[in-house]
Design a protein around this ligand. Structure first.
Ligand code: BF8
Ligand code: SF4
Length: 672
């Protein structure tokens, strides 16, 4: 019998190398001292496959996997790599890439579909829990679905009944997933030249489900074997996400739960409270968490918590569910994607409630080491471990389901061990931005559009707009890329719009406060932020809320003076630490909307240089936007800034900025 070496030590992460965040480092250390592994440790022991990470491993049929890594003597002109069927590296990488788009578009859009279904339940008045909250927004979106908001009666034009409008919007919205003819309604919201570009390229999505299904068909063994044609379908599905499923998710959520407006809150593990019942909500869909927010405030349940010796109920969130309930209710952010296990490791979480997407299966193993109840709630997202409790959420019994979950957490409070350690780190934040609130803060008094924002871009105080979004990735130091990219941008007068885990990272770092402008921004951006009273980094919400960024960019185009389409704007996109397939779908719809977009961490097409060049160069000729990759965060930011400067030059507003900078230097000279 082989002897087991007793002195074999499992390799673990060095907390200092794993994250820039002190609270995160502290909890990694704690986990290690308790012998509980986290993603940070697994990153050390589990090396990525060197062929898969190049995007050139195909397992789309039973003759594979066919692995086509780049060889040392790779010669592009004589690349003879091929799979059993003859598929080239370009074909394989393109198939894998658009399958990622299919996964991402499916995740966002299925979320949107669930929201549309709940919306319809509300419109039909079948649910006590959900009622339409924001009629103004309902009236705004109705025309895009060709739903009339007025009726003619005896020659007079009258307002149409709101319930009728809601019902028709709900039905029309739901049809977007499977209608047999036509194209998605929301595509018409894009600037006209952009819509025309899509039309010319033949990528107008027909319906959401069809575009995703067609990716699965085309990437099946022996179907589409032309990387350009594959990417055409990838683009179509990605647009169905950004200007379809995601945009409808955002809008219908706003109509149901309220459009976000700026509010204050806090972020990082320090939001957990030792003397409160802690409920952490994690995942993406706000449909259930909205109810939990309501239940956690219910006096009867607060009293119940007190009867168990707690001072109250502390809700907080992880990932994009967190962003959703932060934006609308100010519920604090407990942490990013990579901090999910660490929240449980505090020993203070009485219940973690998860819905869909970005949920580690290892949460169940960590929860087992503490008293934490891990509750899955979605029929499509369950876990195999036997300590996981499944309370299936149903919009028809939403209040009862949410109350049951909150009571379960309260009952569990008394089971807590004496071993609670909560890091003290938390940062104050201002969040809740959106198309409407940017207009409010940066619109013109008379023009009411994005006039002031445009004006400040034209006069050079604001150099441009950076949309920095996306995940954490355990393969790179947690939050390092996010924060370095954002700081470099605002230091150079680029205002940042953020969503997803980048938003949470910026929140933890204190960049979501108006006060941070003075500390971190260049003189022009600092002046604007101080005058208007906004942070230099505007938190726009969850990942489906990237649709807000598309619409904000559209508003900037409409306000005038900065070109006629999104690709004319001095703007760039970034996902410094992406990992999710959703990020690839977002990247592609943003690129196809005309935005130069840089990804950090890794890029999944490096094994197919020709195909990668198509994404990095050719895309721009087609859509005005293109992909790029840069792992070094400062270089990454400068690629964006250089692009912004080139766009300023093309618009003829580069001189203005030089004048502003001179003014500042003059002012400094005067002050000295
Ligand atoms: O939808 S940013 S890690 S939480 S995938 Fe996941 Fe990425 Fe976070 Fe949000 Ni978005
Ligand atoms: Fe190999 Fe072609 Fe099958 Fe892919 S589809 S596994 S490349 S034989």
């Amino acid at each position: 019998m082989a002897e087991v070496k007793s002195d074999v030590k499992v390799k673990v992460a060095n907390p200092q190398d794993a994250s820039i965040d002190a609270a995160t480092q502290m909890m990694i250390r704690r986990a290690q001292s308790l012998g509980i592994d986290t993603c940070f440790d697994r990153n050390v022991t589990l090396k990525p496959c060197n062929i898969g990470n190049q995007g050139t491993c195909c397992k789309n049929c039973g003759m594979g996997p066919c692995r086509l890594p780049l060889t040392k003597d790779y010669d592009e002109a004589n690349d003879t790599r091929k799979g059993i069927c003859g598929a080239t590296a370009n074909t394989i990488a393109a198939r894998n890439f658009i399958r990622m788009i299919a996964g991402g578009a499916a995740a966002h859009s299925d979320h949107g579909r669930n929201v549309a279904e709940v919306f319809l339940t509300a419109a039909r008045k079948e649910s006590e829990a959900y009622q339409i909250k924001d009629f103004k927004k309902l009236l705004e979106i109705a025309p895009y679905f060709n739903v009339a908001t007025t009726v003619e009666k005896d020659g007079a034009v009258l307002d149409r009944d709101l319930d009728e409008i809601a019902l028709e919007v709900g039905e029309k919205a739901l049809e977007e997933w499977g209608k047999p003819e036509g194209e998605l309604h929301y595509l018409k919201r894009a600037p006209k030249p952009l819509y025309d570009t899509w039309k010319k390229a033949g990528v107008l999505p027909r319906n959401i489900d069809r575009e995703i299904v067609e990716i699965m068909h085309r990437t099946h063994m022996g179907v589409d074997q032309d990387y350009k044609n594959l990417m055409k379908q990838g683009t179509r599905a990605a647009l169905a996400d950004g200007w379809g499923g995601s945009m409808m998710a955002t809008d219908l959520q706003d109509v149901l739960f309220g459009t976000p407006y700026p509010l204050t809150s806090e972020a990082n593990l320090g939001v957990l409270k030792e003397d409160h019942v802690n409920i952490v909500i994690h995942g993406h869909e706000p449909v259930l968490s909205e109810m939990i927010v309501a239940m956690a405030q219910k006096p009867e349940l607060v009293a119940y918590a007190k009867s168990k010796g707690a001072k109250g109920i502390q809700l907080s969130g992880i990932c994009c569910t967190a962003n959703e309930i932060l934006q609308r209710h100010g519920v604090p952010l407990c942490g990013t994607f990579l901090q999910q296990e660490l929240a449980v490791i505090t020993g203070a979480v009485d219940a973690m409630v998860v819905d869909v997407q970005c949920i580690f299966q290892n949460l169940a193993n960590v929860a087992k080491c503490f008293h934490t109840k891990l509750i899955t709630t979605h029929p499509i997202a369950r876990m195999e471990q036997d300590n996981v409790i499944h309370i299936e959420f149903d919009e028809h019994h939403a209040i009862e389901d949410a109350e049951r979950i909150v009571r379960m957490a309260i009952d569990n409070f008394t089971n807590r061990g004496s071993d609670v350690i909560i890091p003290r780190q938390k940062s104050p934040i201002v969040a809740g931005f959106g198309v409407e609130s940017i207009e409010y803060h940066l619109g013109g008094t008379f023009r009411g559009t994005y006039y002031t924002l445009n004006d400040n871009i034209i006069n050079g105080r604001i150099r441009g707009i950076g949309a920095v979004v996306g995940c954490n990735n355990a393969r790179v130091k947690h939050n390092e890329g996010h924060i370095a990219v954002v700081k470099e941008l605002i230091k150079n007068d680029v205002i940042v719009l953020t969503t997803g885990c980048n938003g949470i990272a910026c929140a933890m770092e204190g960049l979501l406060t108006p006060e941070s402008a003075k500390v971190f921004c260049g003189p022009g951006l600092a002046e604007v932020c101080e005058t208007v009273g906004i942070p230099p980094v505007l938190h726009m919400g969850s990942c489906v809320d990237n649709s807000r960024i598309l619409l904000a960019a559209t508003e900037v185009v409409k306000a005038g003076g900065l070109g006629t389409t999104i690709s004319d704007l001095p703007a760039a996109g970034s996902a410094p630490e992406w990992m999710s397939e959703k990020a690839i779908s977002i990247g592609q719809y943003v690129v196809a909307s005309g935005v130069y977009t840089v990804f950090g961490a890794v890029f999944p097409t490096t094994g197919a240089p020709v195909f990668q060049r198509y994404l990095f160069e050719e895309m721009e000729k087609m859509y005005g936007g293109m992909w790029d990759f840069e792992a070094d965060p400062v270089k990454h930011a400068w690629k964006m800034i250089n692009h912004i400067d080139a766009k300023r030059k093309a618009l003829g507003i580069d001189q203005a900025r030089e004048r502003v900078m001179m003014d500042f230097a003059d002012r400094q000279a005067l002050e000295a």
